[in-house]
Design a protein around this ligand. Sequence first.
Ligand code: HEM
Length: 499
Amino acid sequence: MDILLALKTNAVSVVMTVLVMLLLWKIRGKQSSFGRLPPGPPPNPLLGNLFQFNIKEPYKYYLEVSKKYGSVVTIWLANTPVVIISGFGALKETMIGLGEEFSGRSNYPLIMKATLGYGVVSTSGHRWKEMRKFSLMTLKNFGMGRRSIEERVREEAEYLVEMIKKFEGSAFSPADMLSNTVANVICSIVFGHRFEFEDPQFKFLLQTVNAYFSIINSPLGQIYNVFPKLVSLFPGKHHQLFKDLEEAREYYKREAQARMNNVDPSCPQDFIEAFVLKMKEEKDKPDTEYNFDNLVSSVWNLFSAGTETTSSTVRQSLLLMMKHPDVQERVQREIDEVVGQDRWPSTEDRQRLPYTDAVIHEVQRSMDLTPIAVPHKTMCDTKYNGYVIPKGTVVFPLLSSVLIDPKLWKNPNCFDPENFLDEDGRFKKNDAFVVFGMGKRVCLGEALARTELFLFFTSLLQHFTFKAMVPPEELDTTPANCSFGRMPRSYECYAIPRM
Ligand code: HEM
């Protein structure tokens, strides 16, 4: 028995040693085949630079290494090289000047799991171009930034204000309400109608988006993105998420199938109808991209990219108003003078609300929601700054480096609306406001997001004064989580009615 056990143990040790040697050999081979990559911190042969940073806020390490090694740096996440590009100049030269070369999307395992490689966010090349063009065009036809979208957003702003009024100045937590409100704008675009917040289908869709974001933003999500197969072997909340994602895909597909025979070709009512029409139009083209897989993933992209981002920004804007009551008061004075109390704000008011506009921009700049945007990849071997970045290399555009650069902002390290105002108090545009990304992959929902942020923020401050449960000086406005996005805190507050 003992001999058998010893033999078995030895066999396991030999297999393990061979596996480790194979892995090391593979990694060394990979590292030397990337010989002309930009410099960076020396990697550990097995784990790269993984243990050199805090997985809860990796962007801080990216800023650090960029300071030390320059505007193009290579780090290794296990055996995958990642090129970090930082600084406004280098980001303009790469994301815009070499836009086509840097337009690919890296195969981020969690994003791939949700989209199966279809839709807009996770795709590259021909499929991405086709899906991006369609999504942009369709959202524009529904009035992205024009009146009809504005009406949908305003409708939700009115519901939101009515809901908050019901608290009559007592304490409440705005997080879920804001998520529901923003998700309903997407529902109105995608399905052609809003939902009651208590609707079980709506609750399920939103809960799936929230769970997805919470995992993407957790250390578990970061580890999954580096070792997807390994993490899949372990129990955890990701398994439930994957089941829910599948169910959500089925729901979108059923919605599309239901419209297949009922859509009016002269007047599609929503995003799904417009897509279904395109599917019918191209049904005889063998290489068409208009199929159920791309439809379902494009719809998921609108929900996943358009809900948490915008609602978190509104949440942070209220937190900052409670922290800076003087700023809140000045915004309210401006709204009172220009809009008054007898009508709802509209996007046409923006030009006449320069201080309010500056405050919204400064909320976004200072919160720096997506420090590395969404990772890109190079579409071909690309020469930049004397280096050769091979085709398929993962690229992190370090937007943070631009948003906190003291050469580009009056006061980059704290919340200061003066960053967007000139000496005469007029709104001052700054090209370094890169919160929506840069170049060909710039956020597809930017116009919608700007409309939502403006209308929700102004409607809320027109109707309420927001007060914290603790004195302003004790309020913590730093993010709750920075694993992927810099997600703001949840909190309870008072909304004191103003009329
Ligand atoms: C405050 C709100 C928002 C912020 C800060 C934001 C930011 C971003 C950023 C940084 C990117 C990545 C850019 C890159 O890859 O370089 C992105 C991509 C994207 N966003 Fe947004 N976003 C917001 C709202 C929205 C909304 C409302 C929608 C849609 C309804 C949306 C849809 C998308 C899509 C589909 C992409 C992928 C584009 C592509 O891969 O070509 N986003 N967004």
